[in-house]
Design a protein around this ligand. Structure first.
Ligand SMILES: Cc1ncc(COP(=O)(O)O)c(C=O)c1O
Length: 399
């Protein structure tokens, strides 16, 4: 390597990352993921995985993955602009049923589903109205939608949303407007106010795009997500989802009308120009996961029983858990050093893996560890975690 400018650029960037502590050690998982896992050679309670329903290592899913790989192969022969595999069509049909929509189109990941759908749906002159705490993949999708007007409203602030919609009525009168939000916010665990958003969208001529990454499989009696939670069927135009959280596999999808499916199939560049779709093993495991969710609604019940118990006990101990309404429960500490120390001691002394977050991922002064319980955590495991948190919380003067 001899290009001086390139070498200087990379070196300066890495130095910067070191200085802000962004090159901390990567934790290596050496087993499947459940309530416990082997991380860096040590068995620990895994308290921050997105494996909400405990499906990621389900034996029936592993068998389905093997069976599908044997029958259909290990990879995908060509992109979907050229061919499609029958098992992907079957998966899309089942995902549409799961979400209560006419169609679902698979993408390689949830991230590409967001950028692919936002970018294709919104053209020059259109307006995107977005919650200030939306996920990075939404923000990046908006950036790619060149020539659009962007309006950001305060987090969950429906008065601010209404004011901004009202003030922009004239400017938006000849073009489309999309209100876009995370359904469950990934750092705070709070839920979007869908009924109010629907009213505002209807009043000010907009359509709604929901990012259901942390809601599908979690919200609603049968895990269909936010639309089921609020009984808002038929009121949301676009639902994006990921397979990498409650479903326990990998991939993304966009669910909605039949027309949406055909349009994205031909016009969404990250869809059309990529071969990276759920491969046969993932299709097999995902189809099985959807069957298990239908067959065993008690998994969702277990997730919520664990969530309610854990939140109540944390509050009883005096921890600040913010405004969380879901299994994502932050413990807000407000000091980057204490958040890092708590995470480190939980891991080193107590065998509990949970990550700390500081600025710029969360606002300054909102440093935290972010806990996520799942359906597989036992009451004994949760009580052990609560005991450890109590002791360390007192030692570090957090409670
Ligand atoms: C709210 C939200 N949207 C989208 C994504 C991207 O999904 P995926 O991991 O499937 O790319 C994530 C992942 O962390 C997320 O939290």
């Amino acid at each position: 390597m001899s290009n001086k400018k390139y070498i200087e650029f990379i070196k300066a960037q890495v130095d910067d990352l070191k200085n802000i502590g962004f090159l901390s050690k990567i934790n290596i998982v050496e087993s499947s993921v459940s309530s416990k896992s082997i991380i860096d050679g040590k068995e620990v309670i895994f308290l921050c995985s997105n494996n909400y329903l405990g499906l990621a290592n389900h034996p029936e899913m592993i068998k389905a993955a093997k069976d599908f790989a044997e029958k259909y192969g290990a990879g995908i022969p060509a992109g979907r602009g050229v061919i499609t595999m029958s098992i992907i069509l079957e998966l899309e049909k089942k995902l549409a049923e799961f979400k209560g929509e006419e169609s679902a189109l698979c993408y390689p990941t949830g991230y590409t589903a967001n950028i692919g759908a936002i970018w294709s749906l919104m053209s020059e002159g259109d307006t995107i109205v977005s919650d200030e705490l939306n996920h990075a993949s939404i923000i990046d999708g908006c950036r790619l939608a060149r020539g659009t007007n962007r309006i950001v409203y305060g987090h969950l602030d429906m008065d601010d949303l209404e004011t901004k919609m009202k003030n922009s009525v004239k400017a938006r009168s000849k073009t489309k407007t999309m209100i876009i939000t995370d359904s469950v916010f990934s750092m705070d665990g709070d839920i979007c106010k869908l009924p109010e958003m629907i009213e505002i969208a209807e009043k000010y001529d907009a359509f709604i795009f929901l990012d259901e990454a942390h809601a599908s499989g979690v919200l609603g009696k049968t895990g269909k997500g936010t639309v089921e939670h609020y009984n808002a069927y038929g009121k949301v135009e676009v639902q994006m989802g990921t397979l990498s959280k409650a479903i326990g596999t990998l991939g993304g999808y966009v669910a909605g009308s039949e027309e949406l499916y055909y349009y994205l199939h031909r016009r969404s560049r990250p869809f059309y120009f990529s071969t990276g779709f759920p491969h046969p093993a993932v299709c097999g495991a995902t189809l099985k996961a959807l069957e298990i969710i239908r067959r065993e609604p008690e998994r969702i019940e277990r997730l919520w029983n664990n969530t309610r118990y854990f939140k109540k006990e944390l509050e009883n101990l005096g921890f600040n858990i913010g405004i969380s309404q879901t299994p994502i429960t932050p413990i807000i500490i407000g000091s980057p050093e204490k958040a890092q120390t708590l995470s480190r001691l939980l891991y080193e002394k107590e065998g509990i893996f949970v990550q700390a977050f500081s600025y710029p991922i969360v606002p300054k002064g909102a440093d935290r560890i972010r806990t996520i319980v799942n359906a597989n955590h036992t009451r004994e495991e949760l009580d052990y975690v609560l005991g450890s948190l109590e002791n360390l919380g007192k030692d570090l003067e957090i409670i």
